[in-house]
Design a protein around this ligand. Sequence first.
Ligand SMILES: C[S@@+](CC[C@H](N)C(=O)[O-])C[C@H]1O[C@@H](n2cnc3c(N)ncnc32)[C@H](O)[C@@H]1O
Length: 291
Amino acid sequence: MEFKALYLLFFVLVMALFLYIRTKKNSSNNEFHSLDDFVLNIQRESSWANLGYWKNSTQYPDAARHLATLLGNQLGLSPEHNVLDVGYGCGDQILLWKNDYRVASVVGYNNSTIQTQYSMSLCKGLGDVILLNKSAMDIDSRDNFHRVIALDCAYHFPSRLVFLQKAHKAMVTDGQIGLVDMIFRFDKATLAEKLFMRLIFKISHMPSENLWDEATYRAHLSDTNFKVIDFHSIGEWVFLPFQSFIHQHHQSFHSMTRDKVWRKFLAASRVLSWMYKKQYIDMVVVTATKQ
Ligand SMILES: C[S@@+](CC[C@H](N)C(=O)[O-])C[C@H]1O[C@@H](n2cnc3c(N)ncnc32)[C@H](O)[C@@H]1O
């Protein structure tokens, strides 16, 4: 290996280690999934925490809601459906499923205590909604859901494969699962880039066993006895617009929250955009039927 490449690798490793130690230190008392995303919603009374679907939106709350409706429409949510929503964030999507799609019931799983507490107050008074402070790994397989939803979150679960297996058991036959999820492809990345990304994913609570490319994702769905209905990319309308939004939003509202929170959003959106431009990641909408 050339001296320049070795030097770059060393630099990347030192930077990544520095970032890792700082994040560990900062997050020792806090949950990783918190209420920090509130700052993205400043202009509206909402609390979305996804990357948004920016095709026809210029404001974050609209883009975040569009990402949810994209999935809700794809799953054909309707009043006959008992829904399992895993990774429901701060509860905005629960309001959407109940108020706009009029689904019969929702059971939610979220492993963040602070988000669960907030969601419970947001959704107070909604009938047939149960919000649990539990992990995707603890889904009760005795249930009979018609629809299972994982909106911009399954890549964070300790094991996406175990989630698919548990979700499958908890559904009626012909029930559908829908995910807005990230896929990954590292075959063209250099060693230094791979090491850098591995560390970023570790810091971002994205377990390495979830870093599937499209073929692996489809194979796991099929092995779990799901039949794919739709699998399409929406990355074009997610990563780069989200980065532009964060940049502008920071300029307009930098005094509204701590620098530490802004640094997290600025760094995350920049790194995600870089990975997307390099074609190492993509965002997809996936729907599949239980066989
Ligand atoms: C990027 S946020 C998306 C939140 C929400 N779906 C939205 O669109 O606003 C990821 C969510 O997944 C949840 N999550 C992460 N790991 C989880 C797990 N193991 N079990 C359940 N929820 C989890 C987080 O607490 C967070 O609410």
